[in-house]
Design a protein around this ligand. Structure first.
Ligand code: CP
Ligand code: NVA
Length: 302
């Protein structure tokens, strides 16, 4: 049984295989003759809001021949306290795959272990693996790859995106520089667990961006953190704007997983100047997730 629960638990060669497969599916969109989800229903169980993830999975499942079933966690008994392991054992007998967006990473892992069906993490408080794979695909398309590149992440270094980038750097070996205030940096026990000499943390955003080929940011307040005005105030000097980008490599690209809050984590002009890359990055969610589901369906014994 193949799952995608985290970047942490992925083998680097599988990350590259998913990206390779996405390239094929993207090139042949609308023409490919591969419908590995034919006759299958894949459930999307979401406890948090979503535009890109929901739409890209629903469209991707249909394009692969299957049917999506969207379940808002608040509308099913899970929202009234039914345990994850019971929900997993019920759905595992009815649907063929599950895509979960929730808070606790443990909940996705528990679902996977009890359901007996391929399970994909569509964002938790700890990780956003599908986003990272789409971002890597975008870096490959725009820069030819990540080998020898410096990738900077500026903003909330504790966020699911920043911590997922840490695991990607550990697995793939590119240089990752995080620019965050001390209060928003990945915790030291997390960094000890990763123990990757190619990851650096700076409280000076210019230091993180110096010579970077890719500058990445994310919302300052992740879902579930709304209203934390003090955190926004701490992050104000970490906006990705024209002044900060003067430090970057000349042919740099800017990534943002979206949704973007203009003139908070990224200035309006920088977002619009790099919109072509950022919306290509959003589109790549579709292609990468089709590649992931196609591989999982092939490996599945029904
Ligand atoms: N980037 C991303 O996951 O977007 P959504 O929250 O809209 O799904
Ligand atoms: N860090 C953000 C990512 C949104 C796609 C959040 O968790 O809200």
């Amino acid at each position: 049984m193949e799952h995608l629960l985290s970047i942490e638990s992925m083998y680097p060669q599988n990350m590259v295989k998913y990206i390779d497969h996405a390239v094929t599916l993207k090139t042949r969109r609308g023409e490919h003759e591969e419908f590995p989800l034919t006759g299958q229903v894949w459930a999307l169980i979401f406890s948090k809001s979503s535009t890109r993830t929901r739409v890209s999975f629903e469209v991707g499942i249909r394009e692969l021949g299957g049917s999506p079933l969207f379940l808002s966690a608040n509308d099913i008994q899970l929202g009234r306290g039914e345990p994850i392991k019971d929900t997993a054992r019920v759905l595992g007998r009815m649907v063929h795959g599950a895509i979960i967006r929730t808070y606790a990473q443990d909940d996705v892992e528990e679902f996977a272990s009890f359901s007996g069906i391929p399970t994909i993490n569509a964002l938790t408080d700890d990780e956003h693996p599908c986003q990272i794979l789409a971002d890597l695909l975008t870096i490959r398309e725009k820069l030819g790859g990540w080998d020898g590149r410096k990738i900077a992440f500026v903003g909330d270094g504790y966020s699911n995106m920043a911590r997922s980038w840490c695991w990607a750097a550990k697995h793939l070996g590119f240089q990752l520089a995080i620019g965050s205030p001390e209060t928003c940096q990945p915790p030291s026990d997390f960094l000890d667990r990763i123990a990757a000499p190619n990851i650096s943390i700076a409280s000076n955003p210019a230091e993180a961006v110096a010579g970077a080929d890719v500058i990445n940011t994310d919302v300052w307040l992740s879902m579930g953190q709304e209203g934390q005005a003090d955190k926004e105030a701490q992050l104000a000097p970490y906006q990705v704007n024209k002044t900060l980008l003067k430090e970057a490599a000349p042919q740099h690209i800017v990534l943002h997983c979206l949704p973007a809050y203009r003139d908070k984590e990224i200035s309006e002009d920088v977002l619009e100047q790099h919109a072509d890359t950022i919306f290509q990055q959003a589109e790549n969610r579709l292609h990468i997730q089709k590649g992931i589901m196609a591989r999982m369906a092939k490996h599945r014994v029904i």
